[in-house]
Design a protein around this ligand. Structure first.
Ligand code: EPZ
Length: 417
């Protein structure tokens, strides 16, 4: 059935270890193509997006060995073959291979990566930046051919913040001739992780985490091992789960330092949150307060990837909340599903207005993208009775085993196959 069955209505209680970050692991895996040797990547989450990325690397003749959460990747036998379109098309982050492939092979044919229901997700910033670095790009009907005689450093003034475009420029720049400057770079922790990995392998990158990143091209990178940090969005998801259902949870290894805006929003809703070196403790034993305004913006502001989870929590808050989604044009797709549960939400374009209700009713719900699907599961945990969330595969793109995680927090739930 590709679904999850939840018997909700109880508080969350317990401890859960937060998995490695999907959005840090994916660009780091792409970056292994820049190293003509072996890389060891630890704490890599076992999720379908990583499976697809590994499938793409294998199609490029990389040797890959997995030992639980550790991947050993050797790209010495690299060959720039055509990549399987079903893996390219299913996830946006296949695009981060572009910069690395151009650096390694000088040419690549790539099908347009999957857009998705949350937005058009154009790639103009990526292609324009690569053109500035000496890449000729011929766009075709369902993809494009990119070729270069040698990548050269350039100055990029990004018109708006883009995580993926910042990543692709970095990957193209580390072995390019000359220096590259990125103005208006993304400050997300995922950029910091990618630059930490690359600098550990001998790259020369400064400014990660700031709006201005400078990359001095180097001759080559050397073999390296790297541990993927914990996933701030998964940690934020279970924090929102506590807001939805109430209770007390400990999120082991949660990257507290990357979650200020999320912790602030939850505290303003009435949660009692304490930061520890080992993780984050969240306690929510009274009715949540509404948020007069919750606006998603690029880091360090409130992350778009947690907008759906907080929307679900705000359906049970006291009073009216207003959510503005400033990053993607279509990220309120779960509203009709929450309305099936009795939520009182009206939305148009980038704004959702939520009037809190006393309870949500269990229902059969349909996920249609990753973070929205996780939010529907949280809503099911809060609703009395049996909720079924269909299309579980969307959630498995980014969560290793959300059922096992929620069971560790006292939720009665299981996969329905
Ligand atoms: C990354 O996507 C994340 N994905 C997304 O997480 C996250 O929501 C997003 O950053 C914003 O933080 C990964 O890291 C794999 P952007 P990315 O380029 O890089 C527009 C999840 O759930 N844009 O920062 O694709 C774009 O349409 C996923 O884990 C252009 O117009 O996002 C969006 O409106 C969902 N042209 C805005 O910029 C471009 O060339 C920000 O997108 C590129 C982007």
């Amino acid at each position: 059935m590709d679904a999850i069955q939840i018997y909700g209505g109880n508080c969350l209680k317990g401890e859960v270890k937060i998995q490695g970050s999907k959005n840090m692991a994916l660009p780091v895996l792409a970056a292994t193509l820049l190293i003509n040797g072996t890389c060891e990547i630890e704490n890599c989450p076992v999720i379908s997006d990583v499976h697809h990325m590994l499938r793409l690397l294998k199609s490029l003749c990389c040797d890959i060995e997995r030992k639980n959460h550790t991947l050993i990747i050797n790209s010495q036998s690299f060959s720039c073959n055509d990549m399987p379109s079903d893996s390219v098309g299913v996830m946006r982050s296949s695009l981060t291979l572009l910069g690395a492939l151009l650096s390694r092979a000088g040419s690549v044919y790539m099908q347009y990566p999957g857009g998705c229901v949350i937005g058009q997700r154009p790639i103009d910033l990526h292609l324009d930046a690569l053109r500035r670095m000496g890449v000729d790009i011929e766009e075709k009907e369902d993809g494009f051919v990119a070729q270069t005689k040698g990548l050269t450093g350039a100055i990029h003034n990004l018109p708006f913040v883009s995580v993926g475009a910042t990543e692709n420029i970095i990957l193209a720049a580390v072995l390019a001739k000359g220096n590259t400057i990125i103005e208006n770079a993304a400050k997300e922790p995922e950029i910091g992780a990618l630059c930490e990995f690359l600098n550990k392998a001998g790259a020369d990158i400064t400014g990660a985490g700031s709006r201005r990143i400078v990359i001095h091209g180097v001759e080559k990178l050397h073999e390296v091992s790297y541990r993927v940090p914990a996933d701030r969005i998964v940690a934020g998801t279970y924090l929102a789960g506590c807001l939805c259902s109430g209770g007390e949870v400990f999120l082991k290894e949660a990257p507290c330092g990357q979650m200020d805006a999320v912790i602030d929003a939850a505290s303003n809703m009435g949660a009692d949150i304490k930061r520890y070196k080992e993780g984050l403790r969240v306690k929510c034993d009274k009715r949540r307060k509404a948020l007069p305004r919750l606006c998603t913006e690029s880091y360090p502001a409130f992350p778009t990837d947690l907008q759906s989870a907080f929307l679900a929590a705000l359906t049970l808050a006291d009073g009216r909340s207003v959510i503005k989604e400033e990053i993607f044009e279509n990220r309120f797709r779960i509203v009709p599903e929450l309305q099936k549960m009795g939520a009182c939400i009206s939305c148009d374009g980038h704004t959702a207005i939520v009037d809190g209700v006393d309870k949500l009713n269990a229902a059969t719900l349909y996920a249609n993208e990753l973070r929205g699907g996780a939010a529907l599961i949280l809503a099911g945990c809060a609703a009395d009775g049996e909720t079924i969330v269909c299309n579980r595969h969307f959630v498995e793109r980014g969560y290793e085993d959300i059922c096992a995680d929620l069971r560790a927090l006292g939720v009665r739930c299981k996969k329905l196959d």
